[in-house]
Design a protein around this ligand. Structure first.
Ligand code: NOJ
Length: 433
């Protein structure tokens, strides 16, 4: 028996999100050795995903959620299927392939090692994952927390992004038949997203249907993670969407009364800390068992930080900040000094606009500081931190925790205008340690 909790596996989701970071490092690196290093890692990842797809004994097809570290299938009882995995894996590999081609990489290599599952089933997983998404997105699946089988907002959004990117990518690969199969699903999946909006609660619910596991708030960080991993850059459920803002303020504040450490609002130097954020307020998983009290997680707190930075960046870029009756509560909580009012649109020359952007940057830093404050001095990030003491809890060195901190740091650099240096490039050029 290994260490508790038993986490010595590779989850399709965690791996794809981690390789999304490697993809960003690949795209940002300007030095050849670093770039080749990341490139090698991602081609190896593509190979691993292809092998997962052809493992004998997949119980629920490509939605099989976890494997042993030697890539053989985990056959014990588990929440299956988890149909977000094929989508996030395809997204990561398509984004990498596009960056690789833009760097002068060969189309044939991409076809053989990434895209064409018909010709190369043991090395190219993307076509197969995309077709799986196109024909399975309407089916219920276990959500990212592996607890509830339902129709999940997170899944729908990442599946949509996979189809949007996938249709364009298939065309690029000269495969118009697959491109049209993927495209044919996009408008239906887009229309289905609005089913998750609850106008009375003013939140995007994480799933629709009966209340499971006492989740009466219907609030869940999975919604914000969905926006982060599933926004296809085409205006559909953008981070700046009024519904996203309304959901974010309700979600973040829902943890204030739940976690005693939320009462610590400053670090030792008197700087503001953000709210510790967990999966959902009713969570009972304490990192080892589901019979305890849930805790804040590093990755969900980092996601709040990332959302704040992304908003600062996107509203500044647009030069316009419209406030509606749906988004007003977000602004009055997170930017009270700007005194923004529903029905008004603020422009980049308005003092209130500048105050609001500075508030977003400030909250981004406050949430990052919370992650830092509860990181032990050795710098290791586990899965969660204790709701009452702040001590690390659950799986040690959870890869996804590190990945989420890196993506938040990249969003920060962008929101702060990189201050004359390209942060992503500097980090990427460090290459292998
Ligand atoms: C449990 C989390 O709820 C799930 O999202 C994650 O994939 C696994 N742990 C592995 O980190």
């Amino acid at each position: 028996m290994g260490q508790e909790p038993d986490y010595e596996y590779t989850w399709v989701r965690d791996t794809s999100l981690t390789f999304e970071v490697v993809k960003s490092l690949y795209a940002a690196a300007s030095k050849k050795p670093a770039r080749s290093f990341y490139e090698g890692l991602i081609f190896a990842y593509s190979d691993v995903r292809a092998h997962e797809q052809i493992e004998p004994g997949l119980q629920t097809g490509l939605g099989e959620p976890k494997f042993y570290l030697n890539n053989t299938i985990f056959t014990g009882p588990w929440g299956r299927p988890q149909n977000d995995g094929p989508a996030t894996s395809a997204i990561t590999l398509i984004e990498f392939a596009n960056a690789y081609l833009a760097n002068g990489g060969s189309v044939d290599t991409v076809r053989n090692k990434i895209y064409d599952s018909n010709a190369n089933p043991a090395s190219a997983p993307v076509m197969k994952d995309l077709l799986f998404v196109a024909s399975n997105w309407t089916y219920p699946s276990f959500g990212i927390w592996e607890e509830v089988e339902a129709d999940h907002f997170y899944d729908r959004l990442v599946q949509r992004k996979a189809l949007v990117l996938g249709a364009a990518f298939a065309k690029k690969m000269g495969d118009s038949a697959t491109a049209s199969t993927l495209s044919s699903q996009i408008s239906a999946i887009t229309a289905s997203l609005d089913d998750f909006w609850d106008p009375n609660r003013k939140i995007i619910v994480y799933e629709y249907g009966p209340v499971y596991r006492g989740k009466t708030s219907y609030l869940d960080s999975a919604v914000l993670l969905g926006i982060q991993h599933g926004y296809a850059d085409d205006g559909v459920y953008a981070p700046t969407n009024e519904r996203v803002l309304s959901t974010a303020v309700r979600l973040a504040t829902s943890f204030i009364d739940v976690y005693p450490i939320a009462n610590t609002t400053q670090d030792a130097a008197g700087r503001t800390l953000g709210i510790p954020v967990g999966r959902y307020p009713e969570d009972t998983y304490n990192g080892v068992a589901t019979t305890g009290l849930g805790n804040p997680w590093y990755l969900t707190t980092a996601t709040m930080a990332q959302l704040m930075y992304t908003l600062a960046c996107d509203f500044s870029g647009a030069g316009s900040l419209p406030v509606t009756s749906v988004s007003e509560s977000f602004w009055s909580y997170f930017a009270p000094g700007a005194n923004l009012k529903a029905g008004k649109t603020y422009g980049s020359k308005d003092a209130a606009f500048k105050t609001a952007i500075a508030a977003l940057q400030g909250w981004g830093d406050a949430f990052m500081r919370t992650v830092m404050y509860y990181t032990p001095t050795d710098g290791h990030l586990s899965e969660e931190f204790d709701r009452a003491t702040g001590a690390p809890m659950g799986a040690a060195d959870l890869t996804w925790s590190y990945a989420s901190l890196l993506t938040a740091a990249m969003a920060r650099a962008e929101a702060m205008g990189n201050k004359g240096k390209n942060f992503d490039m500097q980090v990427a050029n460090l290459g292998p340690a």
